[in-house]
Design a protein around this ligand. Structure first.
Ligand SMILES: *[C@@H]1O[C@H](CO)[C@@H](O)[C@H](O)[C@H]1NC(C)=O
Ligand SMILES: *[C@@H]1O[C@H](CO)[C@@H](O)[C@H](O)[C@H]1NC(C)=O
Ligand SMILES: *[C@@H]1O[C@H](CO)[C@@H](O)[C@H](O)[C@H]1NC(C)=O
Length: 311
């Protein structure tokens, strides 16, 4: 998969401002062992069927696709090239390497989780490029230089044993290996939506639109339970006790905006991400992705024209 020049230029100039991710992700604690990961994978039917967070409200494959596409737009876009699995660079945002359709990073450790998940699931693939990088990825995870304030530091990856061939190998593997692309989807779903399962039940969330917002917030910020609690105060209740999902989503978007502004620094430039979601899902009330389609509106600070996401 080749990315357009526009996207490449955009990435090299602006990625640090749009794809920031905090290294501190509280939900990660649920994945303390390979057994845990395997158990989660068995409990979540993410690929090729439905995502059964709650048996009675499964997301369809198409709804999952739209959800992933939305976050991909914010992490790798704007783009018309679908999920950008093959992006990889040492970004100047104190996050180390950022790679793949949700910009897995060395600092927050989801890049390491992805490699471990793949190794576990495809044990016969002894040539998988990540295998030889596992100790280096472990060293780079939560390295002291990792920062969450969005300052524009490019980490020296060779200090941790990650040489300059890592990104070319990532790109080649993403372009040629369908299992690696599928694992990116599965790891992203497991880490950023599967871990919210009890929160989703507690708040009685059913619609793909709200799930997509929780997923996107978790990918970018973590802290979903704090933002959800603030939203519940704002909305004077939640879908668990009578507030509609749409009203609660509006409150969540406001609470996420406050949270993002409080983080400050380069995070201030990521508010467009919340506004685009608001325009495409909340303002239209399209919580069910009706006709398997959503449209993110144009935004001066990000996309010059509306982006249609469909499947
Ligand atoms: C990066 O780290 C390596 C290994 O520690 C070192 O040899 C190299 O000089 C460093 N590069 C820069 C630009 O600091
Ligand atoms: C509604 O439910 C939320 C949790 O979803 C809880 O925090 C809140 O106190 C409840 N409000 C009322 C009025 O019961
Ligand atoms: C979304 O779909 C569900 C299940 O079909 C339905 O009950 C609900 O009313 C729909 N909500 C909206 C906002 O369209």
């Amino acid at each position: 998969m080749l990315r357009s020049i526009f996207v490449v230029n955009f990435l090299s100039t602006q990625i640090s401002a749009i794809a920031l991710k905090q290294e501190w992700i509280p939900e990660r604690d649920e994945f303390s062992s390979i057994e845990d990961i395997a158990r989660k994978m068995n409990s979540i039917k993410a690929i090729g069927s439905t995502f059964a967070l709650r048996d009675e409200y499964p997301m369809t494959e198409c709804q999952i696709e739209i959800m992933l596409q939305i976050t991909n737009q914010f992490e790798n876009g704007p783009t018309n090239n679908g999920l950008i699995y093959d992006s990889c660079e040492v970004t100047a945002d104190s996050q180390g390497i950022s790679a793949g359709f949700i910009q897995f990073t060395t600092c927050c450790g989801d890049l390491l989780s992805l490699c471990n998940d793949y190794i576990q699931q495809y044990q016969s693939d002894k040539n998988f490029f990540c295998i030889s990088y596992i100790p280096a990825l472990q060293a780079a995870n939560s390295a002291p230089e990792c920062g969450e304030d969005g300052n524009s530091v490019q980490l020296n990856m060779s200090k941790y044993g990650i040489d300059s061939s890592f990104c070319p190998k990532w790109t080649e593997t993403a372009d040629t290996n369908a299992n690696f692309r599928a694992m990116q989807r599965q790891t992203a779903l497991n880490e950023y939506l599967g871990t919210l399962q009890s929160l989703i039940q507690e708040y009685n969330i059913k619609t793909p639109g709200v799930l997509a917002q929780l997923f996107d917030a978790n990918v970018q910020l973590g802290a979903v339970s704090d933002i959800a609690a603030a939203a519940t105060v704002k909305a004077n209740g939640s879908p668990a006790n009578g507030t509609s999902e749409l009203t609660w989503l509006g409150a969540f978007l406001e609470a996420r905006t406050s949270y993002t502004i409080n983080l400050g620094g380069a995070y201030l430039d990521t508010v467009y991400r919340i506004q685009a979601f608001k325009g495409g899902i909340y303002d239209t009330g399209n919580l069910n992705f009706t006709d398997n389609k959503i449209i993110l509106p144009a935004d001066d600070s990000w996309a010059m024209s509306p982006i249609t996401i469909t499947c």
